[in-house]
Design a protein around this ligand. Sequence first.
Ligand SMILES: *Cc1c(COP(=O)(O)O)cnc(C)c1O
Length: 446
Amino acid sequence: MESNQQADWVKRSLHSVWHPCTQMQHHESVPLVPVSHGRGAWLYDTDGRRYLDAISSWWVNLFGHANPRINAALKDQLDRLEHAMLAGFTHEPVVRLSEQLAALTGGVLGHCFYASDGASAVEIALKMSFHAWRNAGKSEKREFVCLKGSYHGETIGALAVTDVPLFREAYGPMLQAVHVVDAPDARNAQPGESASDVARRAAQHLRALFEQRSERIAAVIVEPLVQCAAGMAMYDPVYLTEVRALCDRYNVHLIADEIAVGCGRTGTFFACEQAGIWPDFVCLSKGISGGYLPLSLVMTRDAIYQGFYDADVRRGFLHSHSYTGNPLACRAALATLAIFDEDDVLAANRVKAEKLTAALAPLAQHAQVSNFRRRGMIWAFDAVVDDAQAAATFSRRFFSTALQHELLLRPIGRTVYLMPPYILDDAEIAGLAASVQKVFEKVIAA
Ligand SMILES: *Cc1c(COP(=O)(O)O)cnc(C)c1O
């Protein structure tokens, strides 16, 4: 492409494209970054500048941009079948993907329902839970429980179980009422309390609700181990063990939203594995296609599936999306799972994580850094900023300063986090740690 043509489309972008999660007026002063291509952990702009994608392009990219193995799988699939409807038809990629995912749960979650984005997977899990109870003659079980600070997506049903005021505020009157219970965030520890004490205390709050109300509750939805959008709030796995036990005792479904924390992000393929439990529904999206194509899915148990299996059409789950089970997206997911296998990614990540944690040690000790924390391939810390004005603009200033240091980082409020793709080499690890520290010191000093 000619560079004068590039300049032209960049300028036009703000007129025709309404960007996500953005107050468009900000772009009167802050320019958009026009991406021309990506390679490995790096994104390149049309002026030839590069940025280390330290947040995996909104938590989706696991094995780098333009990954040769995923590219090859997609090129092969493109010449076979780009898409076919999944009602009445089937294809090999969707079957193999469902079987491989089921195998990763030891067959416990053996049925896979597909959609395209994370929020739709959450909608499906909520609807399936309600409908499963209805099929079982318990249609009074129609209330849902979420955690303080939870994030499950921004469609109307998913937003109802999302507890982020900024996202909910304008739409409150449109949302169904839900129960919000204490979060097990380890930062809530009182003096003398351990992370597992906080987790057990939070579980008691859920138990109290179940005691009162479980007859009317369909499901509790959680983000296992890390509430990412809340600001990388990390918690002890014992919370999940306790919630599983409570759900069994009070006859409530457990929905694990692993859209952000699944696919190895927390150190195991599913975050729930670290608590030794399986939920009744798992939602996956984001990393499952390697960050290539929109794909989401809900996995569930045979007992729930069997409750829908009937001669009566109305007992079936009649939900659908046009691109359900898209073959290209499924092939990208199969290529992604193959990389996990071929490269023993979970073991390799443990080594990379140790190196990056060691390289970040000086920053972790910084006087204006608090709650430095890590779970698997997620690092986070909170900036201590006393001045209210400086605190309010911290995230935006950090983002802009990071770009000047070849880094894509987008703090959540005052929480700086790293969620890099799983392919950083030693030089990239060292460079990332050094640059984060430099950017942090600049932003704090400003
Ligand atoms: C991103 C996210 C979603 C929503 O996924 P979209 O694809 O953005 O709709 C839901 N839950 C969690 C935990 C997420 O991180």
